[in-house]
Design a protein around this ligand. Structure first.
Ligand code: KG4
Ligand code: ZN
Length: 332
C-alpha cells in the first residue's frame, strides 16, 4: 500500500511543507525561511514569525503538493507540528492543517517537533542499530535519549539551563556575529584557533548526564572583556574556543551515555547537528569506541516538513489520528 502524507511545520521561523511516501521517499520538500526578516532583530520575533507564516503557508503547501506531482485526492493524511514551539507560530500551521484535512476529507496527525528531528535520521538511515543514544540539539533543546527502537525512547540527560543552539545564538550576538548564531560561529571559527582563550568544559568530568551552557556563555563574556582590556580581543579565536568547548561537552556526554547504556549506535538530531566540527568529532570518537554515528543530511538537520511527514507515518499505520479540536502546546 502507498501512503502519501503531507507534512506542515511552522513551529519557529521556517514555513515548511513536504510530501513523503511511506515515511521514506521524499516527493517534495519546500522550506521558506524567515531568517532575513528576523536578522535585523538579532533573533526570532514571535509576532513577526506568526504573521509571516500566515502570509506564506498557503503558497508553501500549494508548492509542496505541486512538486510532489500528486493530486489532493492522492494524499492520505495531513501531518503537522503542534508542539513544542512558539505558540502563535504553531497555531498558524495547526489551523491550516486542520482546515486542509477537513477540506480534503483526510485524517489529521499531530507530531512532536523533536520526534520529527529524530525521524530525519530514521528516514535516511533505516537500518540503524538499537539501542541507540540520540543527542537532540536544537535552538530550544539539548537532550540525550536512550532509544530501544524507533518508537521507544527514554530521556536520560538534558540541559539544566540554556540549549546548545541558544548558547550559539547568544554568544554570536554578544560577539556581533549575527543571527542565526550557529552557522556564523562555525564560519568565523574556521579562521581562528581554539586554545588561545581558556573556556571551561562545564560538567564534562561529572558522572551525571547533564549539561549546563549558561556558565559557558558567561565565561565567554568575561574572557572577552579581559581580552579587550589587554587589547588582545580576537573574534576568530574566541569563536573557535567557544565552539570547541561546546562540542567537546556534547560529544563527551554522548559517549558517556553510550557507554553507560551499552548503545550500539549514536544518532544526532536538530539544527546544531548541522555543525561540521561536531559531526567530525562525534564520528571520530564513535569510531574509537566502535560505534557508528548517524546524522541527517544538512537540509534535513534544520527545521523542515519532511521530518514531520516521516514521523507521522507510523502513527498513520497505527491509526493514531488527532481530533479537529486538538490544540498546540508551547512546551512539552
Ligand atoms: O532545529 P532548529 O532548526 O530549530 C529548532 O527547533 O530550534 O535549530 C536551530 C538552531 C539555532 O540555534 C542555530 O544557531 C543552530 O540550530 N544551528 C547551528 C548550525 N546550524 C544551525 N549550530 C551550530 N552550527 C551550525 N552549523
Ligand atoms: Zn527544530
Amino acid at each position: 500500500m502507498t501512503v502519501n502524507i503531507l507534512g506542515i511545520e511552522t513551529s519557529c521561523d521556517e514555513t515548511a511543507a513536504a510530501v513523503v511516501q511511506n515515511g521514506r521517499h521524499i516527493l517534495s520538500n519546500i522550506v521558506n525561511s524567515q531568517i532575513d526578516i528576523h536578522r535585523p532583530f538579532g533573533g526570532v520575533v514571535p509576532e513577526v514569525a506568526s504573521r509571516k507564516h500566515v502570509e506564506n503557508i498557503g503558497l508553501v503547501v500549494e508548492k509542496a503538493i505541486a512538486e510532489s506531482g500528486l493530486a489532493y485526492a492522492d494524499l492520505d493524511a495531513v501531518a503537522v507540528t503542534n508542539r513544542p514551539g512558539l505558540i502563535g507560530a504553531l497555531l498558524v500551521g495547526l489551523s491550516f492543517a486542520k482546515a486542509f484535512a477537513y477540506g480534503i476529507n483526510k485524517p489529521l496527525i499531530t507530531v512532536n517537533h523533536l520526534n520529527g528531528h529524530i525521524y530525519a535520521n530514521l528516514l535516511e538511515h533505516p537500518h540503524l542499530e538499537f539501542p541507540a543514544i540520540c543527542l537532540v540539539v536544537s535552538g530550544g533543546h539539548t537532550s540525550l535519549l536512550l532509544m530501544q527502537s524507533e518508537s521507544d525512547y527514554q530521556l536520560v540527560g538534558a540541559t539544566l539551563d540554556d540549549a546548545a543552539g541558544e548558547a550559539f545564538d547568544k554568544v554570536a550576538r554578544f560577539l556581533g556575529l549575527g543571527y542565526p548564531g550557529g552557522p556564523a560561529i562555525q564560519k568565523t571559527a574556521e579562521s581562528g584557533q581554539a586554545g588561545h582563550y581558556n573556556l571551561p568544559r562545564v560538567f564534562l568530568n561529572r558522572p551525571e548526564l547533564e549539561f549546563s551552557f549558561s556558565g559557558l556563555k558567561t565565561a565567554v563574556m568575561n574572557e572577552w572583556r579581559k581580552a579587550q582590556q589587554r587589547g588582545e580581543a580576537n573574534v576568530e579565536d574566541m569563536a573557535a574556543e567557544f565552539q570547541a568547548a561546546l562540542i567537546e561537552i556534547l560529544v563527551g556526554k554522548t559517549m558517556q551515555a553510550a557507554e553507560q547504556y551499552q548503545a550500539r549506535s549514536i544518532i544526532m538530531a536538530g539544527g546544531v547537528a548541522a555543525n561540521g566540527p561536531l559531526r567530525e568529532l562525534m564520528t571520530r570518537r564513535g569510531q574509537e569506541m566502535g560505534l557508528p554515528v548517524y546524522y541527517p543530511s544538512l537540509s534535513l538537520c534544520t527545521d523542515n516538513a519532511v521530518m514531520i511527514a516521516a514521523a507521522a507515518y507510523p502513527k498513520f499505520v497505527q491509526g493514531r489520528f488527532a481530533p479537529l479540536h486538538v490544540n498546540a502546546q508551547a512546551s512539552l
